[in-house]
Write a protein that binds this ligand. Structure first.
Ligand code: NAP
Length: 270
């Protein structure tokens, strides 16, 4: 899937000339960075592993005539966000994509507190800090866009992924409210809530997900939705699940998610 010429022009004129994509070395972030590169955006791309992010830098430069700054930084560490902000000095940043994130799975009581806190830092605290900095900048310049990676798990509690789902509920709620606050300043906010996607995510979270989308199915619908709506549910499965469960009481949705997540996780397979 590729963006149409009209969409490329629209995105460039509304959110160019530089975009920041966190977690751009794999999966959804890599796909979003690739689509933006093909649309002519200069990029600040981030991930922890310097070799992988430098390889993405070289690959994207061979596909598009753009400037790229690769920032190897761990967003669970306090100086991770600072490194990205430093890299953005004197650049005309118009778009922030808060994509970096990971999940954990299984019984919360079996989890590592260190890992759960790290997840909170990457999925929420780093997103909060980056958004605080760039939302002010975008408000001042009276233009900009911010994309958040929410998830289908954001809309109710999810047994066996309790803390991960809670981090995404935070993102969903934060994005929805910011969309309203920032609208008068010509800043567009989008929460993208995909269902299962085949990426590095499943391996790291120890989830085995069936009926997953592939990242190349996500970049275009997410970018097309920016500036037109506040929420996007990429893929048919997400739409069916969300719309069909709309009238189901929250307690029942939690039970359904217990079944779904139980099937994805070690907990059920043991
Ligand atoms: N896959 C799904 O089913 C799914 C569904 C809904 C929402 N999402 C959300 O979509 C986003 C992207 O996930 P994905 O599926 O594309 O996963 P992925 O393939 O594992 O990619 C995650 C990216 O984030 C980077 N990253 C991870 N931890 C980081 C840290 N501490 N600091 C900086 N970068 C870090 C990774 O690179 P390094 O490892 O080198 O740091 C990688 O570039 C996440 O926010 C996830 O919660 C995923």
């Amino acid at each position: 899937m590729v963006l149409s010429q009209t969409e490329r022009k629209r995105l460039q004129s509304k959110y160019g000339e530089w975009a920041i994509v966190t977690g751009a070395s794999s999966g959804i972030g890599l796909e979003l960075a690739t689509q933006l590169a093909l649309a002519g955006f200069n990029l600040i791309i981030n991930a922890r592993d310097s070799q992988r992010i430098n390889k993405v830098e070289n690959d994207l430069k061979s596909k598009a005539n753009i400037q790229i700054k690769a920032v190897a930084a761990d967003l669970s560490e306090s100086n991770g966000v600072e490194k990205i902000i430093e890299a953005s000095h004197n650049l005309n940043i118009g778009l922030l994509i808060n994509n970096a994130g990971f999940g954990t799975s299984g019984l919360f009581t079996d989890s590592s507190l260190h890992e759960e806190i790290n997840m909170l830092r990457v999925n929420c605290e780093a997103v909060l800090s980056l958004t605080h900095f760039f939302a002010q900048k975008f408000k001042q310049q009276n233009r900009g866009g911010i994309i958040f990676l929410s998830s289908l798990v954001a809309f109710q509690g999810v047994p066996y992924a309790s803390n991960y789902a809670a981090t995404k509920a935070y993102i969903q709620s934060f994005a929805e409210a910011l969309a309203v606050e920032l609208k008068p300043f010509n800043v567009d906010v989008l929460a993208a809530a995909p269902g299962p996607v085949e990426s590095g995510f499943g391996h790291r979270s120890n989830m085995k997900m069936g009926k997953a989308l592939v990242p190349s199915q996500l970049g275009v619908p997410i970018l097309n939705a920016l500036g037109k709506q506040t929420n996007v549910l990429p893929g048919l499965l997400s739409k069916i699940l969300i719309y069909s469960l709309r009238t189901v009481p929250r307690w029942a949705k939690i039970k359904i998610m217990q079944k779904v997540m139980g099937g994805f996780t070690e907990h059920q397979r043991k």
